[in-house]
Design a protein around this ligand. Sequence first.
Ligand code: ADP
Ligand code: MG
Length: 226
Amino acid sequence: MLLLKDVRKSYPQPTGGSVTILNVPKLEIRSGEQIVLRGDSGSGKTTLLQIISGITRADSGQVLFDGTDLTKLSESARDRFRAVKMGYVFQTFNLLPAFTALENVRLGMTFGRGKYRLDRAKSLLSQVGLDDRMHYRPSMLSVGQQQRVAVARALANQPRLLLADEPTANVDPGNQQKIIDLLKEVCGKESIALLMVTHSDSISQQFDRVEYLDQINTVLTSEARS
Ligand SMILES: Nc1ncnc2c1ncn2[C@@H]1O[C@H](COP(=O)(O)OP(=O)(O)O)[C@@H](O)[C@H]1O
Ligand SMILES: [Mg+2]
């Protein structure tokens, strides 16, 4: 379903010049697979998720998603592709402040197959424990509640791939497990592949496949050797 080949990304430095963040010879994700991505802070996990989702374009290499190379598409074409095929739980949530929790989840369906299905939006919010908060705007929700809305929104469209950037980072342990259970259950039932960043050992243990960025990314491998 997804294949990364020789993906490189560097960023300009404020002091001039540029620094290579990622050099990934190969990464493959099969349909319905559930994967944890781990790595130190600043190691490039968010950058990798953004390249896979097409939010950021790789400098070189191929990002093949169902046969389409995202690196060959324009920014707007990548946005449309992502809206149909992928869900993304942002580290900073990116909820729309003027809309309620329920509206935020329904907006996640705008471009997709399950167009505006109110019952699914409500059911997802209920599954993340927000039955009584559906009509609250983000500013009226705690940080952990906002994170749960973001998870429901990312699942709303029944994407092929769900990218989740530390989706339990701001949530108490009880709700952490609820989010993980929801992600695993919905993704399993609907054959949604899941790539999730976490720093938690106990969460990682619940996944069959754990990828470590310092093993995928040869920039970090060579740093470790030197
Ligand atoms: N837009 C950007 N411009 C310049 N450097 C960036 C940018 N985004 C990320 N970086 C750098 O790339 C590295 C990896 O960042 P990131 O992918 O956010 O790491 P992680 O998510 O693993 O903590 C960091 O050193 C960061 O400073
Ligand atoms: Mg990050």
